[in-house]
Design a protein around this ligand. Structure first.
Ligand code: HH2
Length: 264
């Protein structure tokens, strides 16, 4: 899943693809590099990001989704917590609603997801984007994230979302310290064992710089991001959400070829 942020303030690529033509050029670049899904977002979720009104978010994502849906683009995902934005994005051609609040931002989120009939990514976050990195706390991060995701999947299904439309995501970096992120990355098999496809989003995140101080600039974090993607592949995740699509696919191809060469 290639990331396309149409925001002025995303932590790694904010402001780079504002306007229809730069956004489409980046989308085509990601598709050319082999992205199977494009995840299109119009509101940053980085710690401290300011909220964006629904109308403005729709104005950022819908023209790009409309234009890509008219081309031979791969499935399009909309990264939003607002049901109004998801509704407009699906009407424009998106088929996946990626919600970092796991359908809990608005009271009607789950009903809207059921009505839209699209696939839904339910992500774990402790707290809310503005303050989530202040004092994250868990007794057992993997168990708590798994329990939350099972609970949110049950709530989605109770509202009428079909089981086979649901994806889960542990939410790396969302209300988590370095140790929490590492524990989750080390136990992704437990998330995969919940029986839903799992999406992993570790690309260019801060924890990489905390491990490797030379990687302060987000676009210097591709090698660390690829290491996390390989840990995800090893654990059985269904997809990785990444900024560096070509580099990640090369690493996954080599990893898969090595795995396939192993004698039974
Ligand atoms: N991470 C980000 C945004 N959306 N969605 C899912 N499902 N999983 C993630 O890990 C995830 C996500 C944050 O990354 P990015 O989009 O690059 O930055 P920003 O939120 O600042 O736009």
């Amino acid at each position: 899943m290639g990331v396309l942020n149409l925001t002025p303030d995303s932590f790694s690529d904010g402001g780079r693809y504002e306007g229809l033509e730069p956004a489409l050029a980046q989308a085509r670049r990601l598709i050319g590099q082999g992205a199977d899904i494009l995840d299109i977002g119009g509101e940053s979720t980085r710690p401290g990001a300011s909220p964006v009104p629904a109308e403005a978010e729709i104005g950022r994502v819908v023209p790009v989704i409309t234009a890509l849906a008219a081309e031979a683009a791969p499935p399009l995902s909309v990264d939003t917590m607002k049901p109004q934005v998801a509704r407009a994005a699906v009407a424009a051609g998106a088929t996946i609603w990626n919600d970092v609040t796991a359908l809990s931002h608005a009271p009607d989120s789950a009903d809207v997801a059921a009505e839209l009939g699209c696939q839904v990514v339910l992500m774990h976050m402790q707290g809310e984007p503005r303050t989530m990195q202040a004092t994250p706390h868990y007794e057992d991060v993997t168990a708590e994230v798994c329990a939350f995701l099972v609970d949110r999947a049950a709530a989605a299904m109770a509202a009428g979302v079909a089981r086979e439309k649901i994806w889960l995501d542990p939410g790396i970096g969302f209300g988590k310290s370095l140790d929490h992120n590492l524990a989750l990355l080390a136990h992704l098999d437990a998330v995969c064992a919940l029986g839903f496809p799992v999406l992993l989003g570790a690309s260019r995140k801060r924890f990489i710089a905390a491990i490797h101080p030379g990687a302060e600039a987000p676009d210097a974090r591709a090698p660390g991001s690829i290491a996390a993607a390989l840990a995800g592949a090893q654990a059985g995740v269904a997809a990785v959400r990444v900024h560096d699509v070509g580099e990640t696919i090369q690493a996954l191809d080599v990893w898969s070829a090595i795995k396939a060469a192993r004698r039974p």
